[in-house]
Design a protein around this ligand. Structure first.
Ligand code: CUA
Length: 189
């Protein structure tokens, strides 16, 4: 005698089919949501202004351009703003003592001549990487006269632990007075 489906059989079959359908809808919904997120973030980035990446040839840093030795240190630009140019290389920063004014926005332009170095100024929020081939460009303002240490914080070779410099923040008026007599300032003795 053929097995008769029990009275509840077609019911449970329909329940299972409904559950499967609900889960399929849920999965389609999740996929749809993810596609929307991808579309939105792609559009968002496309509509952003292009990134400002400045490159420089690390092999000719010391020969041409803004990172030659006589251009390193702090400078007062024709418009009165302050720019500091620094080169990091195994295992020193040039110049090793950086002189900056207090209460003034200071533009830093820093690069590496060889490998990746870390650039951090203690007791401030300045913390960037120096990559050969690229210029790290940022602004910082120092509140009051102080001496900050500036250790390399990216392992860059056997001399890494000895790679550090100092940042000397001095009174604004004093800084601009010194800048009248010299094209580039530093606190290297
Ligand atoms: Cu330079 Cu570590």
């Amino acid at each position: 005698m053929p097995a008769q489906p029990s009275p509840g059989h077609s019911d449970s079959h329909q329940t299972a089919a409904r559950a499967e359908f609900r889960w399929a809808l849920f999965v389609v919904g999740v996929i749809g949501l993810l596609l929307c997120i991808i579309a939105f973030t792609s559009l968002h980035w496309v509509l952003m202004p292009t990134q400002r990446v400045e490159t420089v040839n690390p092999a000719t840093l010391h020969l041409v351009g803004e990172f030659t030795e006589e251009n390193l240190g702090s400078a007062v630009e024709p418009d009165g703003s302050v720019t500091v140019r620094i080169v990091g290389q195994q295992y020193t920063f040039m110049p090793p003592c950086i002189l900056v004014p207090d209460k003034t926005p200071v533009r830093f332009r820093v690069t590496s001549a060889d490998v990746i170095h870390g650039f951090i100024i203690a007791d401030t929020n300045v913390n960037v990487m120096l990559e050969p081939g690229y210029i790290s460009n940022f602004q910082a303002t120092f509140r009051k006269p102080a001496m900050h240490v500036m250790p390399c914080h990216e392992f860059c070779g056997v001399g890494h632990a000895g790679m550090w410099a100092r940042v000397k923040v001095i009174d604004k008026a004093d800084f601009f007075r010194q800048a009248q007599n010299r094209r580039r300032l530093s606190c290297v003795q």
